[in-house]
Design a protein around this ligand. Sequence first.
Ligand SMILES: [Mn+2]
Length: 337
Amino acid sequence: MGAGEIKALISRPGVSRAVILCHHNADPDAVCSAYALSKLLEALRPGLSLTCYAAQGVSKVSKRVLDYLGFQFSDDIDLGEADVMFMVDTNNVEQLEELKEAIAERAREVPLVVIDHHARHPDTERLASLYIVNEKASSTCEIMLDLYEQLGVEVDKKVAEALFLGIAYDTRHLVFADADAFLAVAKLVRAGARPRKLFPLLSMEMDFSERVARLKACTRARIYRFGDWLVAFSHVSAFQASAARALLGLGAHLAVVAGEKDGRLRVSMRATEDFASKTGIHLGRDLARPLGEMMKGMGGGHALSAGANGEGEPADALKACLKLLSKLLGTKGKELK
Ligand SMILES: [Mn+2]
């Protein structure tokens, strides 16, 4: 599944600089995939110069993980210098924010390799010379482990720890891990990853501003009933994803939270397992993607967790989402007041 092609790509004469890019506010799966990939590339092509970069920096918990690994992401990047580009755990270039135009342009000159576990995105497919996607994988880190195995590169303790952290994070401490994820975790533990030491790195106290955003989103929520489903819509200018999770915690089956900051409109959505399995609605495919198009941006994600970025007013995005949802559920939602 592409491992040989990666090796061939970086072994070409004249290839001396590679960049590894992660989505904005990169989470531990993204940064740990980038870390493991950089070690893999180093093993395959010693002397290759490598730069890891996350659009608008990495998340707070990722910072702690990187400190633990003793690994640094770069503060700036020049794609013009890259001979080959990698994009990990990132569904589409819109998630690369400030780099989205530069990468589309550079991808015409040099190969772009995308390694991801989100739903396939047609625009990304067009741009990538190599598109390694496994939508069934728990995390991009699980795919990384596969690549190590296919290429016969040894997973050292540090890499095992990184991959463990990525899988643990994306499966919410293994609660959502399937058999493949547990098999991967077993191998990583055998390679030296110690769960007792690693799990605490992923639990973080909430920021004051995140608490405020969640509470505000709750007071502003408008609740709709679609038959037996309760859907909460809200808006807040930061921490939309966290706010959507908070609304699920309060009892919503689906939560959609929009927010605008510096001219960028963001929508995050979360659903319960029950909602997804009984309605058959896949948030990334059925809601976030069409919504992203309406917002003149992009959207995508998983069945239970998705997001869209673009332009416009939060209220309009929520209205559009309500309309899409009514269509998908075949019934008009009734607002509860
Ligand atoms: Mn991920």
